[in-house]
Write a protein that binds this ligand. Structure first.
Ligand SMILES: Nc1ncnc2c1ncn2[C@@H]1O[C@H](COP(=O)(O)OP(=O)(O)OP(=O)(O)O)[C@@H](O)[C@H]1O
Ligand SMILES: [Mg+2]
Length: 288
């Protein structure tokens, strides 16, 4: 390891130790809907939890097919109820499988941007407190270029984009990357190719996307993170409202997710992913 890298790694370790800033915030998004984001979020969370990581999944999708439904959970409250003073953040957290926790954010997240600054500060403190002690915060942001998606992608440490072999998933993700780059200054994107028949197929799809971005979006870097095989056990688990990692741990898709979790846990984080930021929520909403 080069001297500069060593110094940076050491600084990061010391800093993390001082501030407790070991939290990694991942936003999972896609250009096109229905490419498998929520399944990835729920099952990656499961796999990370399996590896003894403390994971908080934030359901930031305003759509219908949410993480809670996928995992058969029935949260009765969301952040909106905290904002209205009916509940505390601890009261709305829902325990999921394997010790993961779910924060049903839903519509309440939109409201967060509109409340007065004193209330916002209290809310951010609460959310920071709740996030404290977790290793991972994973956002299921929904698809497309809505402000909800771009906001959480911009605020996260790492942006994971899910694509599939469908041509529209590529054109739509290109549009999302373009917006995140040109309007939000995001340069680094980690790509996961879902529903493929083989790894070479995933790499081919990735190369195709990378060729287009290289050509038209200079300074954007795409990283191939991994792939998830097309697997009939995925829809089967969806119907049973359970993580496929739980029902079918040796299934093709589960093995792929576990590989991904392993990579995420053991990788040396690139510098761009390290924002030395212990107070995620406060910084996300720019509360000083
Ligand atoms: N690897 C896979 N193999 C087979 N089917 C899959 C796979 N991944 C996802 N699916 C199927 O695709 C459908 C959509 O998945 P999911 O709900 O996770 O997508 P999404 O991107 O979160 O959708 P939305 O944009 O609506 O939130 C599910 O019914 C699921 O069964
Ligand atoms: Mg979804």
């Amino acid at each position: 390891m080069a001297k500069g890298d060593q110094a940076r790694t050491l600084k990061r370790m010391v800093y993390a130790d001082m501030t407790g800033a070991s939290l990694r915030v991942l936003a999972v998004s896609s250009g096109k809907g229905g490419v498998g984001k929520t399944n990835l979020v729920a099952n990656l969370a499961f796999a990370l939890a399996n590896r003894k990581k403390k994971v908080l999944v934030v359901d930031a999708d305003l759509g219908l097919n949410n993480v809670d439904i996928l995992l058969g959970l029935v949260p009765r409250h969301h952040i909106g109820h905290v904002l209205s003073g009916e509940k505390t953040v601890d009261e709305i957290l829902v325990p999921g499988p394997q010790g993961m926790m779910i924060l049903p954010a839903g519509d309440g997240l939109q409201e967060l941007t509109q409340i007065d600054s004193e209330k916002k500060m209290l809310m951010m403190d609460e959310l920071d407190r709740v996030s404290n002690g977790f290793d991972f915060l994973i956002f299921d942001t929904g698809a497309g270029i809505s402000t909800n998606v771009t906001f959480f992608c911009s605020a996260a440490h790492e942006i994971l984009l899910v694509i599939s072999t469908e041509p529209t998933s590529l054109t739509d993700v290109y549009a999302l990357i373009k917006v995140l780059f040109q309007k939000h200054g995001q340069k680094h994107f980690r790509i996961i190719v879902n529903s493929v028949r083989s790894e070479p197929e995933a790499q081919k799809v990735f190369r195709h996307l990378a060729a287009v971005t290289d050509r038209f979006l200079k300074n954007v870097s795409l990283e191939y993170m991994g792939f998830i095989l097309l697997d009939a056990n995925v829809p089967k688990a969806v119907r049973q409202q359970k993580a496929f990692m739980e029902l079918y741990p040796n299934s093709k898709a589960s093995l792929c997710i576990d590989q991904l979790a392993k990579k995420i846990v053991f990788e040396q984080l690139p510098d761009w992913a390290n924002r030395d930021q212990p107070y995620f929520w406060r910084s996300a909403f720019q509360v000083q």
